[in-house]
Design a protein around this ligand. Structure first.
Ligand code: PGA
Length: 258
């Protein structure tokens, strides 16, 4: 049984004090909830990572993800952040290849592959994002696009490495639009990604890798999405900015998967 994951991707939102206030509210909201069977992960902007890490400590069952990293170990790369720096701030996870980074910052499959390798080498679990645009879906290119993103992103990874990676299927047309993929649409692509992994790495690896859905996830639609057999959790943007709605998503995920 794959352990479900819910990630709050705050993107470029929240100052340190806003982030800490969220953690406080989230903690209250989850007080009565057992997090033994789910991984709940917060992904604040870089500037709030250390403060959030210090406040969640080790006891809350909350974990930290960065939203990006650079693939080089260190050196003259103004503006970039290394795996070691993120690890030092308490990050166990890092989001890589988000469509906003592909779209606005020119990230390529090759660069994403290097970042995934660096994350794994630095003992962080990559949350590797893939997904098609609306045009590509309309042109019936979804499997081709997603298949190619997956293939190039994980190129050269060992079985052991891929087993600790997390893949997030996020159709670009569903991100921040209020228009989520239907559970059937999402499951179809999740199943496709899992069968791709099965062909490349075999059954056991394919059954281990967790595949999350992202794109307009809300407290209202989480249950229907996560009910699907190949959907192991959610990467949540807009609805994760408010502690109450994020808590409801976490509770919905737990109650549905168990
Ligand atoms: P959204 O964002 O939930 O606001 O659609 C999801 C994401 O970009 O990870």
């Amino acid at each position: 049984m794959r352990r479900p994951i819910v990630i709050a991707n705050w993107k470029m939102n929240k100052t340190v004090s806003e982030a800490l206030q969220f953690v406080e509210e989230c903690r209250k909201g989850l007080k009565e909830v057992s997090l033994d069977s789910v991984d709940v992960i917060l992904s604040p902007p870089f500037t709030a990572l250390k403060a959030v890490s210090d406040t969640i400590g080790r006891s809350d069952n909350l974990y930290l993800a960065a939203q990006n990293l650079f693939w080089e170990e260190k050196g003259a790369y103004t503006g970039e952040v290394s795996a070691a720096m993120l690890s030092d701030c308490g990050c166990k996870y890092v989001i890589i290849g988000h469509s906003e980074r592909r779209q606005h910052f020119g990230e390529t499959d090759e660069g994403i592959n290097k970042k995934i390798k660096r994350a794994l080498y630095g003992n962080m679990k990559p949350v590797f994002c893939v997904g098609e645009t609306l045009q590509q879906r309309d042109d019936e290119q979804t499997f081709k696009v997603v298949g190619s993103q997956v293939e190039k992103g994980i190129d050269g990874l060992s079985e052991e490495a891929i087993s600790s990676a997390i893949i997030a299927y996020e159709p670009v047309w569903a991100i921040g639009t209020g228009r989520n993929a239907t559970p059937e649409q999402a499951e179809e692509v999740h199943g496709f990604i899992r069968s791709h992994l099965r062909e490349t790495y075999g059954r056991s690896v394919a059954e281990t890798v967790r595949i999350l859905y992202g794109g307009s996830v809300t407290p209202e639609n989480i249950r229907a999405l996560i009910k699907e057999p190949d959907i192991d959790g959610a990467l949540v943007g807009g609805a994760s900015l408010n502690a109450d709605s994020f808590v409801r998503i976490v509770v919905g995920a737990i109650n549905t998967k168990h």
